[in-house]
Design a protein around this ligand. Structure first.
Ligand code: HPA
Length: 295
């Protein structure tokens, strides 16, 4: 696979903050594809991104090939606590899946174009659907820690987009329609999976912010006024890029804490990870059922 025309810098350590315009993605994704295909020819039907503390689903994966992020050209090792940083390909609930254990965040200094490469790679490997999961704060005051929320829509409040710069028309259109990012039919299947497992799923709007600080109480009130039900530091750019290339998108937020100011107590990353670990197995059950019953 060394005869592929690689863009300058591929294979060497790249600066993860270097902007990646859409026009550069095809060559970079080809290089990633080649690195994956040296290890497995599995074609995933679904790509799943596992958020903070949600890596447990990976334990159920059969015949898994695991590739550390740092072994993939241009990918830095995951740095966020609670993120392992591996791409796994294998079989889950009888379906071929790609699992991203950990992800790239903007707050780590990663360029938007890098943040979305896992989703573009899933697409290039053959997936038609992506499932995005995350840990999030509850903006709807009725969301207790442990609530699972199907993402019905999002607010991109990061001030960033992965689509800035010259487009790659072969991958997707210049102006992407975001009328239904979060696929209504897949949301219905998630609801059905929850019912079959006896697990209640809420549904709401996810606001994606840059982080890495948590919000102020005034910001949480603002987010509520803007129509958000949950808030986090990921997911929205991945969803935009997925729609750009025509992937079907769904997702679930695990509410790990009440939004800042609701309880009067400070927020800590430890409580986010603890709530993720406590409720993670419930989300894993829903996703396993969802995947196995995907048509
Ligand atoms: N805010 C932003 N991101 C988060 C939170 C929060 O309260 N909880 C988990 N991720």
């Amino acid at each position: 696979m060394t005869d592929l025309p690689l863009p300058a810098g591929v294979g060497r350590r790249l600066d993860p903050s270097r902007p990646i315009p859409p026009a550069e993605q095809p060559a970079l994704i080809n290089a990633l594809m080649a690195a994956v295909r040296e290890r497995t020819d599995l074609v995933p039907e679904v790509g799943i991104v596992l958020g903070s503390g949600l890596g447990g689903l990976a334990d159920d994966l059969q015949d898994a090939v695991a590739i550390p992020f740092a072994d993939l050209p241009g990918w830095p090792a995951a740095t966020a606590p609670g993120h392992v940083g591996r791409l796994l390909l294998g079989v889950l609930g009888g379906r071929r899946v790609g699992l991203l254990q950990g992800r790239f965040h903007l707050y780590e200094g990663n360029a938007p174009g890098l943040v979305v490469q896992p989703v573009l790679l899933f697409h290039a490997l053959g997936a038609e659907t992506v499932v995005l999961t995350n840990a999030a704060g509850g903006v709807d005051p009725s969301f207790a820690p442990g609530t699972l929320m199907i993402i019905a829509d999002h607010l991109n409040l990061t001030g960033r987009t992965p689509l800035l710069g010259p487009n790659a028309d072969a991958l997707g259109p210049r102006f992407v329609d975001l009328t239904e990012v979060w696929d209504a039919a897949l949301r219905q299947r998630l609801r059905a999976a929850g019912e079959r497992e006896g697990i209640r799923l809420a549904e709401g709007v996810y606001a994606g912010l840059l982080g890495p600080s948590y919000e102020t109480p005034a910001e949480v009130r603002m987010l509520r006024t803007l129509g958000a039900d949950a808030v986090g530091m990921s997911t929205v750019l991945e969803a935009i890029a997925a729609r750009w290339v025509g992937l079907r998108v769904c997702g679930v937020s695990l509410i790990t804490n009440a939004g800042a100011g609701y309880t009067g107590q400070p927020l800590t990353h430890e409580e986010v990870l603890e709530a993720g670990a406590a409720a993670g197995p419930r989300l894993a059950r829903v996703l396993r059922r969802f995947i196995s019953e995907l048509g």
